[in-house]
Write a protein that binds this ligand. Structure first.
Ligand SMILES: [Zn+2]
Length: 330
């Protein structure tokens, strides 16, 4: 036993207090360290960032190669060699990927005798439910009537954006739907003779008019809705809600724009655009609520400047991803 003086007692007591505090501090630090170690090893604790949508397998490089290939055929004006070569290219790809293919051949009378257009309809997916329809036009304009140079205005346009971009996206979707068939049937429609308006005595959208005239022949089950894509390759892509689409198929518009928002694609603008007379007008008239995904603000529209360098694979990816997700929704 050790006797302590008062001051020693005080000192010892203070000392013991310091030791206790130090021990408590050490214990707390050890607990904290243990908690951190447990947290790092504990799979119940989730330090991952908030969930982001699963990546969509749509391959933008492959889509862009379809755009380049089409431009390589030259202008795809009905009756031209480029038109025939492009039709063969589309048919080859669909023959290797689609469940079934139908073609609708029709004479384009305003071009003169013996010039034909062809709508190509390819089915994908499973089930016997009414299909959804994704459409584009595959022909190109016979005259660059908006070209800044007079001497170019009688020449046909290359149609990298106005023609090839929509086809490029649908051909890549064909590859994807072949690999992973959607639950619902999806029909990809490649419409011809869209872009001959005001050329000779032609009107715009001849192919979709022809399809509308014989819809029941080609669709025993009428599509529940349709999505047309046109001029979606613009490298400065900005897509408002086209006015006819918003008026005639508002549910489809909000569904598509909702998917784009979820995927983070700001190219889809939450604003009302101008009405555009395009293939969706005849499809709506035929009874399929159809929207048009179109960026009509394209400075080189209907000029010889509609070339691949004014397009981008990022734009094809944004639209392709949205359609892929739409096809796989319930
Ligand atoms: Zn056009």
């Amino acid at each position: 036993m050790v006797l302590l003086t008062r001051s020693e007692k005080n000192h010892r007591s203070r000392y013991r207090g310091d030791v206790l505090a130090a021990r408590r501090l050490a214990a707390a630090a050890a607990m904290l360290l243990l908690a951190m170690v447990l947290a790092c090893n504990n799979s119940d604790v989730d330090f991952t960032p908030p969930p982001t949508p699963a990546p969509v397998p749509f391959d933008a490089d492959r889509a862009f190669s379809h755009l380049i290939a089409q431009v390589g055929f030259g202008p795809r004006v009905p009756g031209s060699r480029g038109h025939t070569e492009c039709q063969d290219y589309i048919m080859r790809h669909l023959s290797a990927t689609a469940r079934s293919i139908q073609t609708q051949r029709f004479e384009i009378e305003c071009y003169g005798d013996g010039i034909f257009g062809t709508n190509i309809l390819a089915s994908f997916g499973r089930g016997d439910l009414s299909p959804m329809l994704f459409a584009c036009h595959w022909d190109t304009r016979p005259v660059a009537d908006k070209d800044p140079f007079m001497e170019n205005r009688h020449k046909p346009i290359p149609g990298a954006n106005d023609g090839a971009s929509g086809v490029a996206v649908l051909l890549e979707l064909a590859t994807q739907f072949h690999a992973n068939p959607p639950k619902r049937e999806v029909v990809l429609a490649f419409l011809d003779a869209e872009d001959s308006g005001d050329y000779e005595s032609c009107k715009y959208c001849i192919g979709s008019y022809q399809l509308g005239q014989e819809l029941d022949t080609y669709f025993p089950n009428r599509p529940v809705f349709g999505v047309l894509i046109d001029m979606i390759g613009d490298k400065d892509l900005s897509i408002p809600k086209e006015a006819y689409s918003s008026a005639l198929a508002p549910d489809v518009v909000s569904r598509v724009w909702g998917i784009a928002r979820r995927l983070g694609y700001s190219q889809f603008k939450d604003e009302l655009g101008n009405p555009v007379f395009d293939d969706h007008v005849w499809l709506n008239r035929a009874g399929i609520p159809t929207i048009d995904i179109i960026d009509f603000d394209y400075p080189v529209w209907h000029t010889l400047g509609d070339t691949p360098d004014n397009c981008s694979k990022t734009s094809l990816k944004a639209v392709g991803d949205v359609l892929y997700v739409l096809a796989n929704e319930d």
